[in-house]
Structure formats: C-alpha cells, structure tokens
Design a protein around this ligand. Structure first.
Ligand code: SF4
Length: 205
C-alpha cells in the first residue's frame, strides 16, 4: 500500500531544488541516523541521460555529492569515453543516505527511498537511464530476482525511458574483467543517446 501522506507531500515538490530541500529533511529509514549527508544527486536538471547507482560511500557521505570516491573517478572516465560531462547528464542513487560500512541497502531501505528517486526521475524526465549494479537494476526494473550478470547489456522499456543495466563501477574496481562488458553497454547507450540528440536536432526549427 502506498504512503498517502508522502505522495501528497511529493506532489507539492515541483522542481528538483524543492525536492532536494524536502529530501534533506527525510528520516524515513534508519540510514539517515548514521549518515553525515543526504546525497541527493547532481547534474543537469533536464538531462536526457541519468545514471543511477546503489548508494553513497564514505567519501560521498562526507562531501554530500554522488560518485566522488574511487568508483566515481572510474565513472568519470566512463563519462569521458562516452563524450559526456557531469553537467550534461544526471547522477543519482537508489538510496540517498550511506549504508553503514558500505553494505548493500536493505529492501526496506530501498522501498523507503524509492518514492524520492521516482519523483526525482519524474522531474528530470530523462529518455535513457543507466542502472549501475544489481541494486539499481533490481529496483528500477522491479525485479528482486534479477541477475545483473545475465541482464546487463539488454535494453528495457520503463515508462517513456529506455533503461540499460550494467555493472556498478565499484564492481569494475574489484574485477577489471568487467570493464569490457561495461564498455559494450556504454557503447550501446552512446549510440542510442546520439540518435536521440540527432532526432531532437531535426525537430528544432
Ligand atoms: S536513505 Fe532515503 S529514505 Fe532513508 S533517510 Fe535517507 S533519504 Fe530518507
């Protein structure tokens, strides 16, 4: 059953900055108690391409920005290879507060935070989402039994978006053999995104 009061409160957030302020006050799950910051996300509020990870790590929690630690540096290299800058795209996470010891977020925590992410995505209105890692892919595809190893590299339609699951950058740090499949997935995203840009360019007067 949905949370009527939360739904009503979220309906009143009509811009990303309003939603960010709303999220800063959130204590819907226990993760807030151990976290220094609510890491809302950042980037172009009208991005057509959104990357969604699992949750903030220690460095992200300390600074209050997503993907600024070692995995973030690798993600920046992926962006550079794709020809994207952080100003052009948007980066968010499934949970906005750091799970202690960098453990994966629990299902109840993800469920608590999901309406905030859904509202964030609704306000940005992207056309492409890259779900990085099992938590993001399972959550955004609403499939708790999803295997990221099997599902990565396959497009899914979610609402008006196309969603590409791939490995999380932290997984690439642990296992460099995952770099090649991620690069394949990113190449698919690049091709789709370039097609979108070209179609939008054609629609301009
Ligand atoms: S993780 Fe999400 S739901 Fe939990 S307290 Fe932080 S912002 Fe709220």
């Amino acid at each position: 059953m949905g949370d009527l009061r939360l739904d009503e409160a979220l309906d009143q957030q009509t811009s990303l900055s309003e939603l960010q302020e709303f999220c800063q006050k959130c204590n819907r799950c226990g993760l807030r108690q151990g976290a220094c910051n609510v890491v809302f996300g950042e980037g172009n509020p009208r991005a057509k391409l959104v990357f969604v990870g699992e949750g903030p790590g220690a460095e992200e929690d300390r600074i209050g920005r997503p993907f600024v630690g070692a995995a973030g540096k690798l993600l920046d290299r992926i962006f550079a290879a794709g020809g994207w800058t952080r100003d052009e795209i948007y980066i968010a996470n499934v949970v906005k507060c750091r799970p202690p010891g960098n453990r994966p977020p629990r299902r109840t925590e993800i469920e608590s935070c999901l309406p905030l992410l859904q509202k964030q995505i609704e306000l940005i209105a992207p056309r492409v989402i890259v779900a990085m890692g099992a938590s993001a892919a399972k959550t955004l595809l609403n499939d708790p039994s999803l295997s990221i190893t099997k599902e990565r590299g396959r497009w899914h339609k979610v609402g008006r978006c196309m969603l590409m699951p791939t490995f999380h950058p932290a997984a690439l740090l642990r296992d460099p053999r995952k770099k090649k499949p991620v690069w394949k997935d990113i190449q698919q995203v690049m091709a789709f995104y370039e097609g979108l840009q070209a179609a939008e360019g054609e629609r301009q007067p």
